[in-house]
Design a protein around this ligand. Structure first.
Ligand SMILES: [Zn+2]
Length: 521
């Protein structure tokens, strides 16, 4: 599919530079899959030359089949005074085996002379050699022109010469980077326009939000000649972050009237934003433009009244267009189609006028109010929907359990016993584990395996805990999000309780039920 504007996501590379973000390889793979199904054109997976985790990511990602996105490995132009074929960092870029390679290189003479300690001519050769080398290997090459705007302001002629060197070497995209994030939209527009006049290659824009202008600056470039934009989901990134794609994408689609993602993806924008926050273990920002829970909430009496009469009176856009909802008039219709859409993703057929929809919606809302979060816990949602539809609900009932921990000599041992009613029979098992949750998981699995031996093939791949806000007078709750796999498919489940063990058990039971019901379909 061809779009007016190319979306290049760098959540997994520039975004992971953010304070507090620490993605595991599995986290990165899950986000990449989500971005691909959403419909971005490029996913920058990491910098293979900078850490072994990124090398591992690329070797895992190679086995995945992406429908929409092309995977990019990020690196820099060759070192000074070294033949490009002898540069280890460039070799690692090839070893990542991605269709796209993105190279960062210098535009600003200050950096060429004082940081690289080399000559302006050698810098031009470093850019051209590396691009030509990668083009010869059949790569799509994106050139990230670091400090493009600061460099142009310092010496316009040299800046343009660096971009022309990239163009002559056969580059596919030249992305102008406002690396320090200090430019104003007017400057971005003027310099992008000058670049457009001097170049034929596709121009891109990569902005940072240091002046609170990351999205505005990207839009300014898109209006003056760029047609490729780099950013991150929720604006993750170094310092104050990168251009926030969850604002940029709807601005391009609805305000500039240009295509950039498949139209059916736009109503899934909020879900994507929440999903990435969940994986990063961040609370979703309610005031986030477009996708925050407060983005379309109306509190003032006059607003509410006016919005009830004419929705457009106090809203710049229909919240449903990005998958969000109006807070005062919770749109029953939007909620319903959301559930129908999610059910379909999970392989459950549900029509828009199914009588059970109202009950499902009410249950989901009540649970979300209690702290559950289903964006990254499709397994739990599927179990819930199936229970309400009364379709092959599994008669698994945890009757009692006990977890204990004792310290013995040099190490501690956790032991769990559990009594489960399975298809009318009681199974009672004991297991030890590295920790209380691990012991409980083994005990539950042991009990279920007496009837369903296939549960032995399920593995936990991730376990995340979040302490939720305590509200007046009540203790804080814990939300546990687990990720399971049977080797072929992965699914997430969730549990919430004042007690972390209880919350974990809920998520574990959902995980087993999800797999068993799915298997028996
Ligand atoms: Zn950057």
């Amino acid at each position: 599919m061809k779009f007016d504007v190319e979306i290049y996501d760098t959540t997994l590379r520039d975004g992971s530079q953010a304070e507090g973000v620490n993605f595991s390889v599995l986290d990165k793979l899950r986000i990449a899959e989500k971005l691909d199904s959403f419909g971005v054109q490029y996913i920058e997976g990491g910098w293979p030359g900078s850490n072994p985790k990124d090398i591992e990511f690329f070797s895992e990602a190679r086995r995945k089949r992406f429908k929409n996105a092309k995977l990019a490995a990020f690196g820099s132009t060759r070192r000074k005074n070294v033949a490009v074929g002898d540069d280890d960092q460039v070799r690692l870029l090839l070893a990542a085996e991605t269709p796209v390679v993105t190279l960062v290189g210098k535009t600003w003479l200050l950096h060429v002379r004082k940081v690289l300690n080399t000559t302006p001519d050698e810098n031009l050769a470093m850019i051209a050699d590396t691009i030509r080398f990668l083009k010869d290997k059949g790569k799509i090459v994106v050139y990230d022109a670091e400090h493009a705007f600061d460099g142009f302001k310092d010496d316009a002629e040299y800046a343009l010469a660096t971009w022309q060197a990239a163009e002559k070497a056969g580059v596919d995209v030249i992305a102008l980077c406002d690396t320090n994030g200090g430019s104003l939209p007017g400057e971005i527009a003027r310099i992008t326009g000058a670049a457009r006049a001097g170049l034929r290659a596709r121009l891109g824009i990569h902005t940072h939000d240091d002046a609170g202008l990351g999205v505005a600056n990207a839009l300014a470039a898109l209006e003056t000649g760029a047609s490729h934009v780099q950013g991150t989901i929720n604006g993750y990134g170094e310092r104050t972050g990168n251009c926030n794609l969850t604002s940029l994408i709807p601005n391009v689609a609805f305000k500039l009237g240009k295509t950039c993602v498949p139209p059916q993806a736009l109503p899934r924008l909020k879900e994507l934003s929440q999903f990435v926050d969940e994986i990063a273990n961040f609370r979703h920002n309610p005031r986030q433009p477009w996708v925050g829970s407060a983005a379309f909430s109306h509190k003032g009496g006059i607003h509410v009244n006016a919005v009830q009469k004419i929705v457009s009176s106090y809203e710049h856009i229909d919240p449903a267009s990005v998958g969000n909802t109006r807070k005062v008039l919770i749109s029953d219709l939007a909620g319903r189609s959301n559930i129908v859409m999610k059910a379909r993703d999970l392989g459950i057929r549900l029509s828009n006028d199914a009588p059970e929809l109202r009950e499902i919606l009410a249950r989901v809302k009540a649970l979300e109010h209690d702290g559950y979060e289903f964006e990254a816990a499709g397994g739990s949602l599927a179990v819930l929907i199936r229970k309400i539809l009364r379709k092959k609900g599994l008669p698994i009932q945890v009757q009692s359990y006990h977890v204990s921990m004792r310290y013995e000599g040099k190490s501690s041992v956790c032991e769990a016993t559990i009594k489960v009613l399975i298809e009318g029979r009681t199974a009672h098992t004991v297991a030890e584990g590295d920790g209380p949750v691990n012991a409980l998981d083994s005990a539950l699995r042991g009990a279920l395996a007496t009837v369903y031996p296939q549960v032995r093939g399920i593995r936990l791949t991730d376990y995340k805990v979040r302490i939720l806000d305590s509200t007046a007078g009540t203790a804080a709750k814990t939300r546990v999000l687990i990720q399971s796999t049977d080797g072929r498919q992965e699914w997430g489940t969730v549990g919430v309780s004042g007690n972390i063990i209880e919350a974990s058990l809920q998520a574990l039971v959902d995980s087993m039920e999800y797999r068993l019901v799915k298997g028996s379909r």
